[in-house]
Design a protein around this ligand. Structure first.
Ligand code: ARG
Length: 826
């Protein structure tokens, strides 16, 4: 997506250029041999009706005038075109910017005075000379001194903007390193003294102070244009001091720039305490933190697009930082409360001797923990255990690492004893074990922006027996007591303790036997007649993980309560649970095959730049639920090109269309594995009450609701009807699919997380396909007939292939996440 973006901005100019020049050449080339001018038409107002038939000579005066005029015209057009091309090539299209910081030592008397008095004029002249005499001289336009301040060495700290203008064709030769190299080469350093002081045209330069950021002028963010009185320049030279950064307003607008400069050789840590802005994915309001003094996209460290009260801190990679706050139309309250500090650079390397006893004994973390870690970081840790029988165990907090595939890593790549791994964030701990007494570990920060802090506990473990006797090893690496295996509770956090459970033989008669046989006395009514749970109510004591029925029988809380199945003999598990939204009266799908208009009133078609791209479901008057992968990438994550089409049957004929105001992608969405594939969309305009016959929300399942293999549900969408099709269906399609047992699904695909569920038919044929993503997997609850959004179309191996069911996001795992953004649902 990024690539496409840059292509879009650079290609059209080239295309125009070649098109136009071809036309010009051919016009000129053919000019002498052009169609013979019609001799008989004289230029004059009135044509005498009858002319003598005598032929006029071709080279008569009139024709000469015509040919001359045409020639002049073509000449003018050619000249104008060439001029236009020249202006376009030379002009601001190919403009590039560089930002340079140079620190100067105390200069010899006269010069120092001149430099200070002239606000860096002397220095500017020196820089000007460097570039006008360099290989870039043809492209060098000007250098402008942006700021001058005194540094802690009694000298000056000067900031420049340097503008280069170069044709597109030569754009590739403009690079940050080249611009920096030119400057650095012209600063003479003494090999004899080996000091960090160089000399630029006789001015003493502090080599450590040279910082350069370069970027295309198109990368220059539009957030510039700060208001007067709202822009400040801070020079911070006191370590252990907190410099406050606060601004707020209740009306009008705020466009502020805070330029932060720390003493050379140190870094800046910005801590954000609260941000008040309008939440719309930074379309209008934003807080952008740059790793430079100029708002260049290439130097963005982080962007905050929604209000927050969680403390977050960010660290620069040099002594500069720009904080740009933008709120152009304040409705209630806009502002920030933050402070910054000057901090020393930290080394991220360590050699650790792990003790003999197994268990976790220490912690390592990402650079500048608990701050977000900056891009371009690298850490090295060496672990050594005391015995060859002991390996190194790493417990990652809310993070996990998996073997690196051909794709790059979004959130850090790890090299552990020469093997590559990719990191991803998640909502639980994982343990990674290195079966060797020596572990050489490297972390490379791979994200373009600053990333969430990482905390890893380390320790040793017994290589021949990673989990203690009597415990079970989860896929997440954690160890849980064997007694908790197959007990219906997700103790491993990844549900691996609930997979491949040995089922006890039928306790119910075969007619009511479910897909994989019932579990006896597991607190779950597997047999419709409840025989599997008879005479064993005492075996499961009621505790905080179980639900107590009215008659003192305990059932697993997650399984029993509000799942639409009466588990307690007195029905108490299904009492008091209600979904505020009712079923449409238009349903004809049960037993039917084709969709009827209004049959799936929560189905939404999401259009990206005018074309159907994904599906979604209506869950409230202004919120939709869809899949995160529909919004992955720079362009797709911007809400502006998206429109939501509600109450639609035939593509393009929606009853209600609204632009999308905000897209909330789950923070743990993993584009490699499609884990946490869920996103919320807020409509710019809520759909009107008057359309409630055609548009209706679908119910969100109760939190942690378990689904059962074999249950019949429906998948709907305008996606492709065959894997090989190249376009979607014009009419909304529906297919009845069966929920597949998680164990079976894991054995088919391998990588199925507890945030996923499978549905389809094992013979293939009925499934979702491309274009259906984000759309609903709707299951009708038997107890009250309400429709529940059990799944979101996520991925699959091909479409409708035998033994490869569709994979859906398991919505019941995201109830609290949904409620956080849509409180009206509870
Ligand atoms: N990711 C696909 C999309 O973009 C959906 C794939 C679903 N595939 C399946 N076999 N169920 O629309």
């Amino acid at each position: 997506m990024d690539k496409e973006n840059t292509d879009v901005s650079s290609k059209p100019a080239d295309v125009n250029i070649s098109n136009i020049s071809v036309q010009v050449v051919s016009a000129q080339g053919k000019l002498p041999g052009r169609r013979a001018p019609r001799p008989q038409k004289p230029i004059g107002k009135a044509k005498p009706k009858k002319q003598p038939k005598k032929k006029a000579p071709f080279w008569n005066v009139q024709n000469k005038i015509i040919i001359f005029t045409v020639f002049l015209f073509i000449l003018a057009v050619t000249a104008w075109t060439l001029l236009w091309l020249y202006i376009r090539r030379k002009g601001n299209i190919g403009g590039d910017l560089a930002e340079i910081q140079l620190g100067f030592r105390k200069l010899r008397k006269g010069k120092e005075e001149t430099a200070e008095l002239g606000g860096g004029v002397v220095v500017n002249l020196a820089v000007n000379l460097v570039y006008t005499t360099s290989a870039f001289s043809k492209f060098y336009k000007q250098s402008v001194v942006a700021d001058v301040s005194s540094n802690n060495k009694g000298g000056l700290l000067v900031h420049f903007w340097i503008v280069f203008v170069m044709p597109h064709a030569k754009g590739h030769i403009f690079c940050e390193d080249c611009v920096a190299a030119i400057l650095k080469d012209s600063i003479q350093t003494s090999i004899i003294n080996r000091t960090s002081v160089g000399s630029l045209q006789g001015l003493a330069v502090d080599m450590d102070s040279v910082v350069l950021n370069a970027g295309l002028r198109s990368d220059y963010s539009s957030t510039i244009g700060a208001d007067k009185g709202c822009s400040q320049y801070f020079y911070a030279d006191h370590l252990s001091l907190r410099y406050p950064l606060e601004i707020s307003a209740t009306s009008g607008r705020l466009m502020c720039h805070f330029k932060l400069v720390a003493v050379v050789g140190y870094l800046i840590r910005l801590s954000i305490e609260s941000v008040q802005i309008e939440a719309d994915n930074c379309v209008t309001d934003s807080l952008t933190i740059y790793d430079s003094l100029m708002p260049l996209w290439s130097t963005v460290l982080y962007r905050i697009c929604e209000p927050t009260r969680t403390i977050m801190s960010f660290v620069s990679t040099n002594n500069l930082m720009l904080v740009a706050f933008k709120s152009p139309q304040i409705r209630r309250l806009s502002g920030i409360r933050a402070f910054f500090e000057v901090i020393p650079e930290q080394k991220c390397e360590n050699t650790v001797f792990v003790k003999e006893i197994t268990g976790f004994e220490g912690k390592i973390s990402s650079p500048y923990y608990p701050s977000y870690y900056p891009p371009k970081c690298k850490c090295t840790w060496k672990f050594q255990t005391s015995l060859s029988t002991l390996g190194v165990a790493l417990k990652f907090h809310n993070y996990s690492i998996t073997k690196k595939s051909v794709k790059g890593c979004d959130h850090g790549w790890w090299e552990i004893n020469e093997q590559m791994y990719c990191g991803s964030y998640m909502d639980h701990q994982t343990i990674f074990r290195v079966p060797s007494s020596l572990a050489h570990i490297q972390l490379h920060c791979s994200s373009r922006l600053s990333d969430k802090p990482l905390l890893v506990e380390y320790g040793s473990y017994n290589i021949s027996q990673p989990c203690p006797v009597g415990s079970f090893r989860c896929s997440s690496g954690l160890c849980v007591p064997q007694t908790q295996r197959c007990d219906g509770v997700n103790d491993c956090f990844d549900e691996s303790d609930e997979l491949f459970c040995v089922t006890l033989k039928p306790a119910c008669n075969t007619s009511s036997l479910r897909q994989h046989g019932p579990l006896v006395c597991d607190g779950f009514r597997d047999c419709e007649d409840g025989r599997d749970e008879q005479n064993c109510t005492q075996s499961i004591p009621c505790n905080n993980r179980t639900f107590k029925c009215g008659n003192d029988i305990c059932f697993r809380k997650q399984n029993a309560q509000c799942d639409g199945t009466v588990d307690c003999p007195d029905g108490s598990d299904e009492q008091g649970c209600s979904c505020s939204r009712s079923l449409s009266t238009h349903h004809r799908i049960i037993g039917g095959t084709d969709t009827q208009e209004g049959g799936w009133p929560w189905q939404v078609s999401l259009h990206f730049v005018g074309s159907a791209y994904c599906g979604a479901s209506v869950i409230s008057r202004e919120w939709l639920l869809s899949a995160a992968h529909c919004f992955h990438g720079n362009r797709l994550s911007d809400p502006t090109p998206w429109t939501a089409h509600l109450g639609m049957y035939v593509q393009g004929n929606a009853k209600f269309v609204s632009p999308v105001k905000r897209i909330v992608v789950h923070e743990y969405y993993n584009s490699q594995t499609f884990d946490y594939d869920i996103a919320l969309l807020q409509l710019s305009t809520a759909w009107p009450e008057t359309l409630k016959q055609l548009i209706q929300p679908i119910c969100i399942p109760p939190a942690g609701q378990k689904v059962r293999g074999g249950e019949k549900c429906w998948v709907t969408g305008w996606g492709r009807r065959h894997e090989a099709d190249n376009k979607g269906s014009p009419v909304l399609q529906q297919a009845e699919v069966e929920l597949i047992d998680q164990t079976l699904c894991v054995s088919t695909y391998g990588i199925i997380t507890s945030r996923m569920l499978c549905a389809g038919v094992m013979s293939g044929k009925r499934d979702a396909c491309r274009g259906d993503s984000g759309g609903p997997l709707s299951c009708r609850r038997k107890s009250d007939g309400k429709w529940i959004l059990t799944g979101i179309v996520s991925w699959g191996h091909g479409c409708g292939r035998p033994d490869f069911p569709g994979v859906y996001t398991r919505v019941s795992n995201f109830v609290s996440w949904i409620r956080k953004y849509v409180p009206s649902l509870s």
